[in-house]
Design a protein around this ligand. Structure first.
Ligand SMILES: Nc1nc2c(ncn2[C@@H]2O[C@H](COP(=O)(O)OP(=O)(O)OP(=O)(O)O)[C@@H](O)[C@H]2O)c(=O)[nH]1
Ligand SMILES: [Mg+2]
Length: 485
């Protein structure tokens, strides 16, 4: 039990701990100075559940319930977990301890893999609380990892995004963010701005240097470069939003065109009602499919026609509202003429790109129609059958191509901005640099006044990453401009 060498009075930081009772809960969370515990796995029936403990006293607290205590850190040890008060066994579990600085939170941590199900993990958590841990608040482990410098704020957010991802593409982007691509880019831009600030500061502090004043174009060029790179990042936001939210793909066409059948076939699920009666679908039905590149929010709508019937008319109005928001429209019809009529009908309603979809292509009479259509060079239409599944993959690929070409292409090495918070800070930084450049070029205001814009831009970028450290400007003055030169 060598790891548990604290007796509660000898620890170096014990003096700064206020008693738990007069600690405001939020202050305790921010300070991260108590020991927290939580069940980290989702509730429900499963093979294993994970209980985590983190904080200065994690080992001491867990040691009151775990025996034998793991001798080596980061090595799973089979142990019995016991109730601290009575010593009654609760579960057999694998216990792993992580030392300070070498854990997810950066604090001493213990992870206990209990049996799954409703009871074991809850009992182990209760035992840990009895032994002195506090139940963690949502996100508190990641928050501590950020506060202890194990993760940047943006990486902490990325972990949340990985957990919340509902599509492969959203998960992939979040994983890239966890890898720190955006953070590295933003920090590089911040550094470039600090260099500009340093140029100006140097100009102010050492106007009499032999080299003469700093050429104003040098400042303009450097700040302009940062502005350009911020523009490139900001331009990825629509792609990021598509991945996060999914692209709205609306099926449109005359009644009985096979829209609901196609919708169901694409989903692989009988969600929408299908009947031979034209006008079956009344309300819009929405469902998400996890396409390889992007999540697609498919919407089945009421067939478009001039109808006097009031409920159908309401359904058609709903279709029209969806069409106005669509990012891609699938103009569905059994025949090229129907598709042409649908295109005609929706021109006033939607600016979205339209993909022609010839439906029911398993029916021989329609196949021959398709052949004629081919002869008339109407070959852009995708021929599908909800019955046989023909053409569905091609249709998805076409939808993805269409979306890719309608949003600004993301340069291959540019991290994609997916969060509104990030976009807002990037826009703030960009606007401040714009203000700075305008003021610098007119030269009407003194350098220190103009430099305030750079400071604000730097602060915005730091806010994105979650860097709280402030004043490296002076360091940089002397690093990049050796006074002895
Ligand atoms: N053979 C064949 N029949 C299909 C196919 N797709 C749809 N149908 C039939 O066509 C009829 C209409 O299909 P729906 O999917 O309800 O058509 P819809 O466009 O949703 O019609 P509304 O909701 O009335 O606008 C049904 O009888 C379907 O079984 C297909 O790929 N092959
Ligand atoms: Mg329908």
């Amino acid at each position: 039990m060598t790891a548990r060498n604290r007796d509660g009075t000898g620890s170096a930081d014990a003096a700064v701990h206020r008693p738990a009772s007069n600690r405001a809960p939020l202050a305790a969370v921010r300070g991260g100075d108590d020991t927290i515990a939580a069940i980290a796995t989702a509730p429900g029936r499963g093979a294993i559940a994970l209980v985590r403990v983190s904080g200065t006293d994690a080992e001491e607290i867990a040691g009151r319930t775990v025996a034998p205590w793991p001798t080596a850190p980061r090595a799973a040890t089979l142990a019995t977990i016991r109730e601290p008060a009575t010593g009654a066994p609760i579960d057999r579990a694998l216990v792993t301890r992580f030392e300070q600085g070498r854990s997810f939170t950066g604090e001493p941590m213990v992870e206990i893999s209990t049996h799954g199900g409703a009871v074991s993990a809850a009992l182990v958590l209760a035992a840990l609380v009895q032994a002195g841990a506090r139940q963690a608040l949502p996100g508190e482990f990641t928050r501590r990892a950020v506060m202890n410098g194990k993760l940047t704020l943006a990486q902490g957010e990325a972990i949340g995004d990985i957990i919340d991802a509902t599509s492969r593409s959203a998960q992939r982007l979040a994983l890239d963010a966890l890898d720190g691509g955006l953070v590295r880019r933003v920090l590089a831009l911040r550094d470039a701005l600090l260099e500009v600030e340093a140029l100006i500061a140097y100009d102010i502090d050492f106007p009499e240097e032999d080299d003469g004043p700093i050429a104003p174009e040098r400042v303009t060029r450097s700040a302009g470069r940062v502005a350009g790179m911020l523009d490139a990042l900001i331009a990825t936001a629509p792609a990021g939003e598509l991945v996060r939210e999914g692209a709205l793909v609306v099926l449109a066409g005359p009644p009985n065109a096979g829209k609901s059948s196609l919708f169901n076939a694409l989903l692989g699920d009988a969600r929408a009602l299908v009947t031979p009666i034209p006008g079956t679908t009344r309300d819009a039905i929405e469902a998400v499919i996890d396409a390889p590149g992007l999540p697609l929010r498919l919407v089945d709508t009421a067939g478009l026609r001039d109808s006097a019937e009031s409920i159908e008319r309401l359904g058609i109005e709903v279709s029209e509202r969806y069409l106005a928001r669509a990012q891609v429209v699938l103009a569905c019809g059994e025949l090229a003429e129907e598709i042409a009529a649908t295109r005609q009908r929706i021109t006033a309603l939607s600016d979205a790109p339209v993909i022609d979809v010839l439906t029911k292509q398993d029916l021989p009479q329609l196949r021959s129609g398709a052949r004629e259509a081919r002869e008339r060079e109407e070959t852009r239409a995708i021929r599908v059958s909800a019955e046989t599944g023909e053409g569905l993959d091609r249709l998805i690929a076409r939808i993805e191509e269409t979306l890719a070409s309608s949003i600004a292409a993301v340069a291959p090495d540019t991290p994609v901005v997916t969060r509104a918070r990030h976009l807002a800070t990037l826009r703030t930084a960009r606007a401040e640099i714009g203000e700075f450049l305008r003021a610098w070029e007119t030269g009407e205001l003194p350098g220190p006044v103009i430099a305030v814009h750079l400071r604000t831009a730097v602060a915005a970028l730091e806010e994105l990453v979650g860097v709280v450290d402030t004043d490296d400007v002076l360091d940089r003055v002397f690093r990049s401009f050796c006074v002895g030169k």
